[in-house]
Design a protein around this ligand. Structure first.
Ligand code: GBH
Length: 441
């Protein structure tokens, strides 16, 4: 018998998250231009099941049904992302009105059901035309991003309740430009550093563009992974610190006014005078995406990286093989507070969730007890962090729907709601009912 879930502070924001390319489909409708993910998904061999986001969850046409699912779940917020190539099909110039119309309808449908719209401006779907001009390796993309933010805020700035500039700039740099396993598929290793700086610069410029048009708070969603050093040599500890700097501090130290972490081999060549001030523009909320901790030890002689990532023993695993470690979330939240102190704004956990091989039973119901255990453990960890004095004001589950999981295509199901892709039938899983009862007992 487990103890009942402790209560959360009044006004705590309960939410679920999605992103545009993973759910919308309608890839060529109403003037949407191609993004780097259209190009990548349509390139042979990039996606494990050969699928694309052309249709995904068909959310573009079924958003009203999905908003009803959100309302019945009882969440107070919905985090979605806006597809830049719907708003600016080639990444520059005037807005495509029908692209913005879609988000206008979505935002109004949410507000009608008392769900706060939380909009992410960039969840990795860069307009292909901007990629052709150098993408995030080019400084100009930061300025283009701020122009796009201005267009979105001009239309939605009166109704979006929280802005999130970028989603996981670390993953977009490392998997997209360092390792080449996400779009745009570049394999630059540490030469991907300009992608970090230009994304952060774009973030800072977008913060002022948003503030000029909207009085709503502004955030960024970074992903964090507490480091577990395996091995007890000095080299192992140095490797752990290097991974921590790269994964956890590279995108947070400069945001909070501390500049880039020193001595980790990042090439500061693209950083110009004044950039760090732009990047350190105050934010109202730090979005924290958390999935699991990372085991790190010293790399073998001759490795191109200064560390080696090793699987962590002793934890249950998701269908992705990621360890289920709620203690890592408490450690992360408390660690952020301890490292950044007064510089740290309030935190909202903007993604937390897990993939399992959920299938309907003979009666059509989908039971996902592992996901319930996952959410239960991670919410308790958040509660413990609050008790330890960390200002955590919200928690968003990744994800509302099973959806198109990037390079894993349709093979990983993260939803509280099961999606049968051939029919697009939505079936709330048992975790959906569990969360609904938790939010509104
Ligand atoms: C997020 O990225 C994305 O924002 C979202 O779009 C995506 O659908 C969701 O998560 C689920 O993937 O322990 O070595 O196996 C998550 C980034 C990178 C987090 C890999 C977990 C596990 C690495 N993830 N990481 S390992």
């Amino acid at each position: 018998m487990t103890t009942p879930m402790p209560e959360f502070p009044a006004g705590f924001r309960w939410g679920v998250s999605t992103s545009a390319y993973q759910i919308e489909g309608a890839a060529r409708e109403d003037g949407r231009g191609p993004s780097i993910w259209d190009t990548f998904a349509h390139s042979p061999g990039r996606i494990v099941d050969g699928s694309t986001g052309d249709v995904a969850c068909d959310h573009y046409h079924r958003y009203a049904e999905d908003v009803a699912l959100l309302a019945d779940l009882g969440v107070s917020a919905y985090r979605f992302s806006i597809a830049w190539p719907r708003v600016q099909p080639t990444g520059t110039g005037a807005a495509n009105p029908s692209g913005l119309d879609f988000y206008d309808r979505l935002v109004d449908a949410l507000l009608e059901r008392d769900v706060d719209p939380v909009a992410t401006l960039f969840h990795w779907d860069l307009p292909q035309a901007l990629e052709d001009a150098g993408g995030w390796l080019a400084r100009d993309t930061a300025a283009r991003f701020a122009e796009y933010a201005d267009l979105v805020a001009a239309r939605l700035g009166d109704r979006v309740k929280l802005w999130i500039t970028l989603n996981e700039p670390f993953i977009h740099m490392s998997l997209g430009h360092g390792m080449g396993v996400h779009a745009p598929g570049r394999l630059l290793l540490f030469d991907a550093f300009p992608v970090a700086h230009h994304q952060l610069l774009g973030h800072g410029l977008a913060v002022s563009a948003l503030r000029a048009r909207s009085s709503s708070p502004v955030a960024i969603a970074n992903n964090y992974s507490p480091v577990r050093v395996l091995g007890d040599t000095d080299a192992d500890r140095v490797a752990g610190a290097a991974y921590d700097a790269l994964h956890n501090r590279l995108f947070t130290d400069p945001l909070l006014g501390l500049g880039y972490p020193r001595g980790q081999g990042f090439d500061p060549g693209v950083v110009r005078d004044g950039d760090l001030d732009v990047i350190a523009a105050p934010i109202d909320v730090l979005g924290v995406n958390y999935y699991n901790p990372t085991g790190v030890r010293a790399a073998e002689e001759g490795s191109p990286l200064p560390f080696e990532i090793v699987p962590l023993d002793g934890y249950p695993r998701t269908a992705f093989d990621w360890p289920v470690a709620p203690d890592g979330l408490r450690e992360l939240l408390v660690g952020l507070r301890d490292s950044y102190g007064d510089r740290l704004p309030p935190i909202q956990v903007t993604e937390s969730g897990c993939a399992y091989d959920d299938v309907p039973d003979v009666t059509g119901r989908v039971h996902d007890p592992e996901r319930i255990a996952y959410l239960d453990g991670h919410l308790r960890a958040v509660r413990e962090a609050i008790d330890a004095g960390v200002d955590v004001t919200g928690y968003f589950v990744w994800s509302l729907l099973d959806n198109w999981e990037w390079a894993e295509g349709f093979t990983k199901r993260f939803g509280l709601v099961h999606v049968d892709y051939p029919t697009q039938r939505r079936t709330p899983k048992s975790s959906y009912a569990w969360l609904r009862d938790l939010i509104r007992p």
